[in-house]
Design a protein around this ligand. Structure first.
Ligand SMILES: *[C@@H]1O[C@H](CO)[C@@H](O)[C@H](O)[C@H]1NC(C)=O
Ligand SMILES: *[C@@H]1O[C@H](CO)[C@@H](O)[C@H](O)[C@H]1NC(C)=O
Ligand SMILES: *[C@@H]1O[C@H](CO)[C@@H](O)[C@H](O)[C@H]1NC(C)=O
Ligand SMILES: *[C@@H]1O[C@H](CO)[C@@H](O)[C@H](O)[C@H]1NC(C)=O
Length: 441
């Protein structure tokens, strides 16, 4: 009832403001409607009695190359928190003079050990990946692990949402052996590599007891599986030998996709967003921005509230037969028709496939096609700015291009064309549980 009331107020405001300022203000305080559903028995199962996991308990093992660092340092820099996040970036060779002195805004760098000292070296299928893999062992040998509960691995083009990473990992008992990540978006990648492996670019986490067991066997694994090309597959083989299988978390994104991923980012699962990858195969995240600018833009919202990042909220305005779908911190859509959440949570397939042109089934999730039907195609608004007020956070979404389609005649020809921007109000407190916000279905 409350939601209803607020949305109707919103409608009045919209029409008022359209008429005079060509702008809209949507009061979505329904974002307040957190329902805490974690059951007691579940809580005692997953919550260790000691202090909850925080960022200081995570050791990041990042890998890259000195040559790519010039292009990719901004990706890492955008999420890295100097003196707060712990870890190192492992490079193949010393970085060029240009990067010296090494910026304090980067993770400290380490140069990987020379693989040629390994007896197996001549037989290695993919020495670059072996170098990457051994960064876990080399991190362990640095003896910087005091209080560490998790190792988190990632590439130089992985973007981490570290607060969400902490939230996700704190669900698990770090004193047990856990291997946590996600497979690829693309069926063939999983088919040829494994459905039971964390794709490395999206990053994955290993609990510390698992790290301790792994480092004893790591070089042995490199020898045993010297014929394996992909490091993340090698890792899954090695961990399987230690008796540990993958635990899936949907917030990790290998992003084995090409082109415009805005459709996917507009319909993220309710799980917290943990990572993105493959910035050089996907188009910039925002229209009219380059890749680096886009990364900085998305982190503007993430730096204020990671718990809501890309979380989809849906509401309907029955009077005008419109549906709003907001992907917090990224995009807002208006449909000139009432759609249920089961429809809207399917990403619009704005992107292309990772490998070649194929017929479905290609993807690990359901999608909707891009449509030019006036009742099906949304008006797109992209995240523009975030402001913090006393009790709430206001995110604004701006129209970046006209829809160029007539209005939906099925539901009364009420066009959303005049709307130039949308403002969404959310509380300052973080979002609690994975669930979507539903208004007035
Ligand atoms: C993280 O937890 C440790 C205890 O393991 C505590 O000493 C530290 O103050 C905590 N850090 C933050 C930022 O809460
Ligand atoms: C990080 O810590 C070092 C040493 O304590 C200090 O000199 C430096 O200013 C700190 N850097 C930042 C960005 O806070
Ligand atoms: C709409 O038309 C404008 C001007 O012709 C064009 O620049 C824009 O790309 C079109 N937008 C879409 C979504 O087709
Ligand atoms: C919308 O406009 C079209 C064309 O003007 C008209 O045929 C249709 O009946 C209108 N729809 C409604 C529901 O009024």
């Amino acid at each position: 009832m409350l939601c209803n009331y607020l949305v109707i107020l919103g409608v009045v405001a919209i029409f008022f403001i359209i008429a005079f300022f060509n702008q809209t203000y949507i009061n979505s305080q329904s974002f307040d409607g957190n329902i805490f559903t974690m059951k007691n028995d579940q809580e005692t199962l997953v919550q260790p009695k000691e202090t909850t996991t925080n960022l200081s308990h995570l050791m990041f093992v990042l890998v890259g190359s000195s040559r790519a660092w010039e292009r990719r340092s901004t990706y890492v820099e955008s999420w890295w928190r100097p003196n707060v996040t712990r870890g190192n970036i492992f490079l193949d060779v010393e970085p060029s003079k240009k990067f010296q002195p090494w910026s304090p805004t980067f993770p400290p760098f380490k140069v990987n050990e020379d693989l040629k000292k390994l007896a197996i070296y001549p037989k290695l299928k993919n020495p670059i990946h072996t170098r990457i893999y051994r960064s876990i062992l080399e991190t362990y040998r640095l003896m910087q692990d005091e209080g560490v509960r998790w190792y988190v691995t990632g590439d130089d083009d992985t973007l981490f949402f570290v607060d969400n990473m902490v939230d996700v990992l704190s669900k698990y008992d770090h004193k047990e052996k856990y291997y946590i990540g996600m497979f690829s978006e693309t069926i063939v990648s999983n088919y040829y590599l494994s459905f039971d492996m964390a794709f490395g670019g999206g990053g994955y986490a290993l609990s510390y007891p698992l790290v301790e067991a792994l480092v004893l066997k790591l070089d042995e694994c490199v020898e045993r599986y010297h014929y394996v090309w992909a490091v993340d597959q090698l890792q899954s083989f090695c961990l399987a030998d230690l008796g540990v299988d993958l635990t899936l978390e949907k917030g990790f994104h290998q992003m084995d996709l090409r082109g415009d991923i805005s459709g996917l980012l507009s319909s993220h699962p309710t799980d917290p967003l943990v990572s993105f990858h493959h910035f050089e195969t996907i188009e910039p995240l925002f229209p009219g921005m380059d890749r680096h600018g886009s990364v900085i833009q998305i982190m503007k919202a993430a730096n204020v509230d990671q718990s809501r990042m890309l979380q989809q909220s849906i509401c309907h305005i029955r009077d005008s037969m419109w549906t709003f779908s907001v992907s917090w911190g990224y995009a807002a859509h208006i449909y000139e028709k009432i759609f249920p959440r089961s429809h809207l949570k399917r990403p619009i397939q704005t992107f292309r496939h990772w490998i070649g042109a194929q017929r479905p089934p290609v993807l690990m999730f359901n999608t909707r096609p891009v449509s030019r039907d006036p009742c099906e195609a949304p008006h797109w608004f992209f995240f523009d700015s975030v402001e913090q007020e006393n009790e709430r956070v206001v995110t604004s979404y701006a129209r970046k291009f006209p829809r160029n389609i007539t209005s939906c005649s099925f539901s009364g020809n009420i066009s959303a064309d005049p709307l130039a921007s949308i403002r969404v109000f959310s509380p300052k407190t973080p979002k609690q549980v994975p669930s979507s916000y539903l208004l007035d279905i």
